[in-house]
Design a protein around this ligand. Structure first.
Ligand code: NAP
Length: 304
């Protein structure tokens, strides 16, 4: 049997991402021991029952003790206090990473608590579903998805290389960029679309002339695709907007201007503007499919 990549991996947070990591590490034999921590007894009980970790701990410090890889997998707003709690218990030479959807704020919150001799390399797997919690994880989540690492200027090159190999063994492609650039890219590809989804669902819920029953009944017209995003975990997304404020606000300004342009085109019957805008959008969809980031099947491969 080949040697595991890490002797002991500590997962702090056992929701969709933490439990998926545990499943894929098991399948690929990446960890000698998987130690998990979750905040609530309910989540720890599910983790014990499903058995995706070798040990489940009520205290984060007990999970990280002796670990050569520690992965913060809780909502980003929890990182500062988690990092402070585990700081004194991290093993010298350990790699400390995270999976948070924003990166500059994670560096701001975690770095002050990283002891000398521990290698901090922030990361973000661009993979997810609208499900959350310990029962939602599965080993294939990261397959063919990108994982972005945002090492600091003085991050240890070996630690970055080992973490890259780890994510590749989980099935991901790995890219490296700085934290600020990551936050700008993700504001476009993830944070704004998610906010639009939340907003459309809210608007539809407040309508007077169209009944809620009609909204649900005729949702296949497009609305239901937004509800998939809008069903995501509220804590995680609250923390994303609180921690990527500038990039999201700047983009929202651009978005509102573009929306006004479309509004104006509709008002003035400017079919040419509408058509050329929609034509360009089609091209973006084609490029996502060519890049293997979605299925080309009609209606996302759904049968109904
Ligand atoms: P999730 O399914 O809601 O799980 C979150 C986990 O963190 C749960 O085990 C929860 O424990 C634990 N937790 C919450 N607050 C905590 C605290 N204060 N201290 C300790 N543990 C705490 O969330 P997720 O989808 O796995 O997301 C986890 C991280 O991955 C987030 O930072 C998110 O930004 C990032 N991410 C998510 C996605 C996605 O699509 N979901 C994709 C990429 C990255 P309890 O269950 O006991 O509350």
């Amino acid at each position: 049997m080949t040697q595991p990549m890490f002797e002991r991996v500590a997962l702090i947070g056992l929701g969709l991402i933490g439990s998926s990591l545990a499943h894929v590490m098991r399948r690929e034999g990446l960890a000698g021991h998987i130690a998990g921590h979750a905040r609530s007894a309910a989540t720890r009980d599910v983790a014990e029952r499903l058995g995706f970790a070798d040990s489940v701990h009520a205290k984060p410090a007990d999970a990280v003790r002796g670990a050569d890889l520690v992965m913060l997998c809780a909502p980003v707003g929890a990182n500062a206090s988690l990092a402070e709690t585990i700081s004194d218990h991290l093993a010298p030479g350990a790699i400390l990473t995270d999976v948070g959807s924003v990166k500059a704020a994670v560096v701001r919150d975690v770095l002050p608590h990283v002891p000398k001799g521990v290698h901090f390399v922030p990361g973000h797997p661009i993979a997810g579903t609208e499900q959350s919690g310990p029962e939602s994880g599965f080993a294939e989540l990261f397959e063919h998805r990108w994982c972005i690492l945002t090492p600091l200027d003085d991050s240890d090159a070996d630690a970055v290389a080992r973490l890259r190999l780890f994510w590749e063994a989980c099935g991901s492609n790995v890219d490296i960029m700085d934290a600020e650039h990551h936050d700008r890219v993700l504001s476009v590809t993830s944070h704004l679309p998610q906010l639009i989804a939340y907003n459309i669902v809210t608007t539809a819920a407040d309508l007077e002339e169209v009944t809620q029953q009609e909204v649900i009944k005729y949702s296949a017209g497009g609305f239901r695709d937004f509800t998939r995003l809008a069903a995501s975990d509220p804590t995680m997304w609250r923390d994303v907007y609180l921690n990527n404020r500038e990039a999201v606000l700047e983009l929202l300004g651009r978005f509102s201007e573009d929306l006004s342009a479309l509004q104006r085109a509709i008002r003035w019957g400017d079919g040419e503007t509408l058509f050329s805008t929609f034509e360009r959008s089609r091209d973006t969809r084609r490029r996502i499919i060519e890049a293997g980031q979605d299925t080309a099947e009609p209606n996302f491969g759904r049968e109904d």
